[in-house]
Design a protein around this ligand. Structure first.
Ligand code: AMP
Length: 431
């Protein structure tokens, strides 16, 4: 029988030392990225939230948009006997967070409310490097404020996470998708422009021409891209009304004031109806123009779309796997893992339980492991060195009779007899 394998487009996250390990498959690298984001975001006042991994199909349809590839082709639906196809494995986090905000009355926590989450997302995409079917995102959302300063801070925080990770070659591409009436005018312009060449558009884009012409601009189809290059459509930025223009320039002046670098990119489009004004992406110079590290935007219309009151909000998400590819490209080294504080070995079989008990009680002050078989002193020292332990405790019959261990400091080589009762004080004081 062929051995079983993980589903296509998924990754295992493995411990250090696993064969052929790379940042993408390293559990410690994944945790490193999420911990860095946690630190940066919580210092800015963001509270952690966690929502279910599956949600109602309707939430995803309304939250992500019926005309998107995600809803049209990439949903992993989950069904069970009587309620078939009712759920979908979440493809992104924003819709769920806004649902949770509305459903749980989080408005009472005050505005703006800064929230963050991290976890697995699911899209049945064509798998390639940097594009998986189960991937991980860090999400940050600020709910309840329409002020441009929160947009600018959101961008600053995204940049700060990458800086914390040690990734240097990032570029923020900033645009604006205007207000709904600005977008209507832009869509009318695009419909007219592309309408004259409708036969050359991909099937998906023919549909977009009717429903939402702006989405043609971020089509992945080659034919569409050729046509776009040829027609050189005007940009959304040329269609901003006075309010959206003022908001955009306010966001830019905050970023300038804080020294956050960005490029204005008129091609940034977020085609969904509930997006308003600020939209941006963060790219890495070496992982390809089409694979953004992350993206964000203001989505003032989403809460209403989900049946709630008008609630302005802005947020972003970045892909953990993409961050890991960027770290790898730049050769960022993961800080080495600490070994155990103590490794304990029994010198004969009858003392195994007692040696294990010593390790268990030292766990009150640090990481402590034990040999599961009796070891000779030399072999125990090798085990401890392999694990990178700082101390080795040997338990032989003499030590057991005295209620002590022979404790060796593996850095200095010093050995002394230490009562078991004093171990935690001694070892706890060495950190
Ligand atoms: P989106 O929700 O599509 O705006 O994606 C936000 C970020 O999530 C992207 O910039 C990527 O870093 C990451 N991402 C999206 N889809 C995938 C995928 N299939 N595999 C890996 N990362 C992804």
């Amino acid at each position: 029988m062929a051995s079983l394998q993980r589903p296509k487009g998924t990754l295992d996250h493995l411990p250090d030392g696993s064969p052929k390990i790379e940042p993408l498959t390293s559990a410690r690298w994944h945790a490193f990225v999420v911990d860095a984001a946690k630190d940066v975001l919580e210092r800015a006042g963001a509270a952690f939230v966690e929502t279910p991994i599956f949600e109602a199909v309707d939430l995803v349809k309304r939250g992500v948009g019926g005309s998107t590839d995600i809803v049209r082709k990439e949903m992993f639906t989950v069904s069970y006997f009587e309620e078939r196809d009712k759920f979908v494995l979440r493809p992104e986090g924003t819709a769920s967070i806004v649902r949770a905000y509305l459903e749980n009355g989080l408005k009472q926590l005050g505005s703006p409310l800064r929230l963050w989450t991290a976890g697995a997302m699911f899209r049945a995409e064509n798998v390639q490097k940097g594009r998986y079917r189960q991937f991980h995102q860090v999400d940050y959302e600020v709910i309840g404020s329409a002020d441009p300063i929160v947009d600018a801070e959101a961008i600053q925080l995204m940049v700060a996470v990458y800086a914390r990770l040690g990734v240097k070659e990032t570029t923020v591409k900033l645009g604006s998708v205007g207000d709904p009436q600005d977008r209507e005018q832009y869509n009318a312009y695009l419909r007219e422009l592309f309408g004259r060449h409708a036969e050359r558009l991909s099937e998906d884009s023919k549909d977009r021409l009717v429903r939402n012409p702006m989405r043609i601009l971020d089509s992945k189809s080659k034919d569409d891209q050729v046509l776009i290059d040829e027609l050189q459509p005007k940009a959304m930025l040329d269609f901003l009304g006075d309010d959206a223009r003022a908001h955009f320039s306010a966001v830019r002046s905050y970023l300038d004031a804080w020294g956050v670098k960005y490029e204005v990119d008129p091609s940034i489009v977020r085609g969904l109806d509930y997006y308003r004004r600020t939209a941006w992406e963060i790219h890495h110079d070496r992982i390809g123009a089409k694979s953004a590290l992350g993206g964000g935007g203001r989505y003032d219309g989403l809460a209403e779309e989900l049946g709630g009151a008008h609630t302005p909000a802005v947020g972003w998400a970045f892909g953990v796997e993409r961050a890991l590819l960027a770290l790898e490209q730049e050769g960022v080294a993961l800080p080495s893992a600490d070994g155990p504080l103590l490794f304990v070995a029994a010198l004969d079989e009858e003392l195994l339980a007692a040696a294990a008990k010593v390790a268990m009680s030292v766990r009150a002050v640090g990481r402590a492991e034990f040999a599961v078989k009796a070891r000779k002193p030399g072999a125990a020292a090798q085990d401890a060195a392999k694990k990178g332990a700082r101390f080795l405790a040997l338990l032989g019959s003499d030590e057991a009779a005295r209620g002590s261990v022979s404790l060796k400091n593996l850095e200095s080589g010093e050995v002394r007899d230490v009562p078991q009762a004093n171990l935690n004080d001694i070892l706890g004081g060495t950190r």
